[in-house]
Design a protein around this ligand. Structure first.
Ligand code: 1CP
Length: 340
């Protein structure tokens, strides 16, 4: 036992109560986040300010005592690091200059990348110093498919038509973009782990947009390559994979990528979650809207999950990120229920 409950679970231990943290546990539902955000300028400035990014990472740890802290940054810092323009527009979300042609995809330049995003590693180093030793530190990156969606669509998308158009119709350009993102992600996570992250999470939030044939080469294979290369550099690092919306293809993702634990979205039935838990530790999967609703609904949804998954290695979490309208006192009630 390491004295760090989340790491013990990732090593296969069955703990009671299970360790708990919440996706997007820092952010706009917390008044103290909104105050710090005002000091930063834009959202990208906040992600690249080690003092303020460390502060907002620590806020939910101080308020709630979660078992893990997740680095405050964003998956779109990787496109920014490879030279794409990135802006977060209030009420609209991320805006990037969409990649229109293969000629716009450069080979990976590690020095230029680290020069642009190096402050993130400084944030990780500060967190490593600041966190209580029993709290695990999670670094992260978006997975290539999900990050590519923002790079070719120019922001969030409803139908991923451009992304899929590349995957089906421009295989060489698509492969070049995936290769760039695999290289950048390995370099980025390597430095996060070197700075003190014990666990990394790969967010493939739009994995569910990939049909079966695309899923193999755009979700499973790039993820497997990242895990293989990262573990060659850092054999001790633990990787949590999240292929949101992958449904029945989640099994292939869990079995073929080399991840250490599987984060589940709220649409995965608990019977399937249990079956997957026989293969590897699982994390999830409370509906973020149950946390907004609170009361009896939150209690019964939480009980269902605890009953189904507490018999194996399990990390309690949401099935997707906390939404801004979540009352912080519902988070407190959830922790009380889990920890007794
Ligand atoms: O104004 C604000 O404060 C911006 C809101 C916000 C925050 C708090 C964004 C914009 N990003 C973040 C932080 C963030 N993003 C974290 C660290 C916070 C924590 O977990 O405590 C993490 C891990 C992310 C990861 C992220 N960003 C994902 C993957 C996880 C998921 O929720 O699916 C994705 C898809 C993004 C893109 C993104 N960032 C922000 C927006 C508005 C979006 C677009 C989402 C969309 O396309 O629907």
């Amino acid at each position: 036992m390491s004295g760090i409950p989340l790491l013990d679970t990732l090593n296969g231990r069955v703990g009671s109560p299970p360790p708990v943290w919440l996706m997007r546990q820092a952010g706009r539902y917390l008044p103290e986040y909104k105050e710090t955000r005002k000091l930063a300028g834009g959202f990208v400035d906040l992600c690249l300010n080690p003092e303020l990014a460390c502060e907002v990472t620590m806020q939910p740890i101080r308020r709630f005592g979660f078992d893990a802290a997740i680095l405050f940054s964003d998956i779109l810092i990787v496109p920014y690091g490879v030279g794409r323009r990135l802006e977060f527009v209030e009420g609209r979300g991320p805006v990037l200059d969409p990649i229109e042609s293969e000629a716009e995809i450069p080979p990976f330049d590690a020095d230029a990348f680290h020069a642009k995003v190096g402050n993130v590693y400084e944030t990780v180093a500060r967190l490593h110093e600041a966190l209580p030793k029993e709290v695990a530190l999670i670094g992260f990156a978006g997975s290539p498919w999900t990050v590519a969606s923002y790079m070719v669509e120019g922001g969030s998308s409803r139908d991923y038509a451009k992304l899929k158009g590349w995957a089906y119709g421009r295989p060489e350009g698509f492969a070049k973009l995936m290769d760039l993102l695999v290289d950048a992600t390995v370099a980025y996570l390597d430095r996060q782990v070197a700075a003190g992250a014990q666990v990394v999470k790969l967010f493939d939030s739009w994995a569910g947009a990939a049909p079966e044939s695309v899923f193999r080469h755009a979700v499973v294979e790039p993820t497997a390559e990242i895990v293989r290369r990262l573990k060659a550099l850092h054999p001790e690092v633990k990787v949590i994979g999240f292929a949101r919306g992958a449904g029945a293809m989640t099994r292939d993702y869990a079995a073929a990528t080399g991840i250490d634990a599987l984060a589940l979205d709220s649409a995965i039935p608990l019977a399937m979650a249990c079956a997957l838990q026989a293969e590897l530790p699982v994390q999830g999967n409370l509906d973020p809207i149950a946390l907004v609703t609170g009361g009896d609904a939150l209690r019964s949804e939480t009980d269902r999950i605890l009953e189904a998954l507490s018999g194996g290695p399990f990390i309690f979490n949401l099935g997707h990120g906390i939404v801004p309208q979540t009352p912080p006192e519902h988070v407190k009630a959830l922790l009380k229920q889990i920890r007794g």
